[in-house]
Design a protein around this ligand. Structure first.
Ligand code: PLP
Length: 379
């Protein structure tokens, strides 16, 4: 008897490693070449990468998402597409060191009209922009967790300006920038989205002609995401919300404890009432996130001693994964800045950044206490 087969689909996207797709005839190949969403060649599009992109677009509430080979590739494509090489690009001073270096040395060198202002001057600067401008924000900032006033900046910018937000530290769990006036959102998916320290990836999400340009630039400049890496990001998304909420809880608790420690001069965490953007963060973000930074009271050398004395935290320059990491921004993520630029970004030598993983609170606190105690004793 011939029982009709019921179709089934894989529960997770298949990893399609093909660099190219084959066709019965040249007409089919030509047709695929003329349609953006047909599979022709994996620098154009790839089914595994497309499965990830569909999910990322849904998370951001975006029409489309484009995945890239790293967060810096996403930042680069977004800035190149949004700037249209026409109007100026207004960028806050306090951004990730790599973004700062890209903007100041590469893009400015290529002729981009780059305007830098401190975060607190963004609304006024946005109001003064001409048509065709781009605004670039990071929410919250790396490493001092400042929170620019995205809705006010977006409202102050000219109607046709494109607002780009790097929301790597927030993730779509805590902030969906497109709902607050942004046109493009970028992430280093290396961090929370993938979440397991085992992949480099990025994403740009948004809609309209600017996303068409992002896709075209990815195709022409070539920073595509490998399908295998795309699958790992996709799998990371399965636990994104659980991880981010747990990491935020751990971070909030240890921020409170660190703020009361005598060896700590200052804690930067938007969940603390003393943070300059505390009220704004409470309005804009669904949580304060899993990263904090703090200043060691006894100075730069003591900060290095604290970082070196930590045993549960790994000394590593990333965040958003399963393990807790400590890093020294002045010497690592912001090493490409001049001393003056670092000072303007609030990155002093006594600042340490903690990015929380999934470990329980108490062993992490015990580790911080012993490291702060030993460093103070050595001083
Ligand atoms: N944006 C932010 C806020 C970051 O912290 C980083 C990296 O730390 C990047 C972009 C760059 O991402 P990637 O290292 O994946 O290129």
């Amino acid at each position: 008897m011939n029982t009709p087969r019921r179709p089934s689909v894989p529960a997770v996207p298949p990893v399609v490693l093909a660099s190219t797709f084959t066709f019965d005839d040249t007409e089919g190949e030509a047709l695929a070449a003329s349609q953006r969403d047909d599979y022709l060649y994996s620098r154009w599009s790839n089914p595994t990468v497309a499965a990830l992109e569909a999910r990322l677009a849904a998370l951001e509430g975006a029409e489309r998402a484009i995945a890239t080979g790293s967060g810096m590739a996403a930042v680069s494509l977004a800035l190149l597409a949004a700037s249209r090489w026409g109007g100026p690009v207004l960028m806050q001073d306090e951004v990730y060191g790599g973004t700062h270096e890209l903007a100041e040395t590469v893009l400015r060198g290529l002729g981009l009209d780059l305007v830098r202002v401190p975060l607190d001057g963004l609304v006024d600067a946005a109001r003064a922009l001409p048509e065709g401008a781009t605004v670039y924000l990071e929410v919250p900032t790396n490493p001092t967790l400042r929170v620019p006033d995205l809705p006010a900046v977006a409202a102050a910018a000219p109607a046709d300006a494109l607002v780009v937000v790097d929301a790597t530290f927030a993730t779509p769990v805590l902030l969906r920038p497109l709902a607050h006036g942004a046109h493009l959102v970028v992430h280093s998916a290396t961090k929370y989205l993938a979440g397991h320290h085992d992949v480099l990836a990025g994403v740009v999400a948004g809609g309209g002609p600017v996303m068409e340009e992002v896709w075209r630039l990815r195709k022409l400049l070539g920073p595509v995401l490998d399908p295998d890496a795309a699958y790992r990001v996709w799998r990371g998304l399965e636990t994104l919300e659980l991880r981010v909420l747990r990491q935020s809880e751990t971070c909030a608790e240890l921020a409170r404890r660190l703020a009361g420690h005598p060896a700590v001069a200052r804690v930067h965490h938007p969940g603390l009432p003393g943070h300059p953007d505390h009220a704004r963060a409470a309005r804009l973000l669904a949580g304060a996130g899993g990263v904090l930074s703090f200043e060691v009271a006894a100075g730069d050398e003591a900060a290095a001693r604290v970082a070196n004395a930590l045993e549960r935290f790994h000394r590593a320059p990333s965040l958003g994964g399963t393990r807790s990491l400590v890093s020294w921004p002045a010497g690592v993520s912001h090493i490409g800045l001049t001393a003056d630029e670092r000072a303007r970004s609030g990155v002093s030598g006594r600042l340490l950044r903690l990015a929380f993983g999934l470990e329980p609170v108490e062993p992490l606190w015990a580790d911080l206490e012993q490291a702060l105690g030993r460093a103070a004793a050595a001083g």
